[in-house]
Design a binder for this molecule. Structure first.
Ligand code: ZN
Length: 209
């Protein structure tokens, strides 16, 4: 799905959407569920890109359905792989987040990538702006590009509405509420989540302020 001339939702990642941003350099935001790297490479080809055209892969957080193809795509592209510092031990499998994620982790096998870069405060990667939005995981980030906010799992959408990611997958509820409130003060017009289709912001974020 073409969001605009520079931004595409990758349909091959249905279930946990990754996005392609053709900013200063081509960037992937998240990588979807495991075992979809061939489909993703095929979709990039349809958009006229070789894997080696991808300069950066930006992970929003450590969950398996976001890092699923990071290792394969990193190998295929030679892109730098970015992640939040606080989530790196979970991405590398050195630590496990508590609760329901342990069950998911036991049932979903993932090739764990090697994170090469971590986001600093105020990090910009080309014309993409990294916004810390902890709560779903300790280091969760969102990304702003012009009038679009890529939310990772900060929120989900369903039937054109926005709701927070489910409580049973929330690492810290108070931190999540704070992140939702702070993001609400930023300027953006479109919301691109991993779960659910993109929506126009309108007044949909007002409930979190
Ligand atoms: Zn998640």
């Amino acid at each position: 799905m073409k969001i605009n001339d520079k931004v595409h939702l990758l349909e091959s990642t249905k279930g946990s959407y990754a996005y392609l941003v053709l900013g200063e350099e081509p960037v992937l935001i998240d990588t979807g569920n495991p075992n979809h790297d061939k489909q993703i490479v095929a979709e990039l080809a349809q958009l006229g890109l070789k894997p080696s055209n991808i300069a950066h892969i930006l992970l929003t957080h450590s969950d398996v359905d976001h890092i699923g193809n990071a290792k394969a795509l990193q190998a295929a592209s030679g892109a730098t792989l970015w992640a939040p510092q606080e989530d790196v031990p979970y991405i590398h499998g050195e630590k496990k987040l508590p609760g329901f994620r342990r069950i998911i982790g036991a049932t979903m096998k993932v090739d764990r990538p090697n994170v090469s870069h971590t986001y600093a405060a105020g990090q910009k990667i080309g014309d993409l702006e990294v916004i810390p939005t902890p709560g779903h995981t300790p280091g969760h980030i969102s990304i702003r590009y012009n009038d679009i906010l890529f939310t990772g799992d900060l929120i989900m959408t369903r039937a054109g509405r926005i709701k927070p990611a489910p409580g049973f997958l929330t690492w810290d509820k108070a931190a999540l509420q704070k992140s939702l409130r702070e993001v609400g003060h930023l300027t953006f017009d479109y919301v691109c989540p991993a779960h659910g289709r993109p929506v126009e912001r309108g007044n949909l974020w007002d409930a979190f302020l």
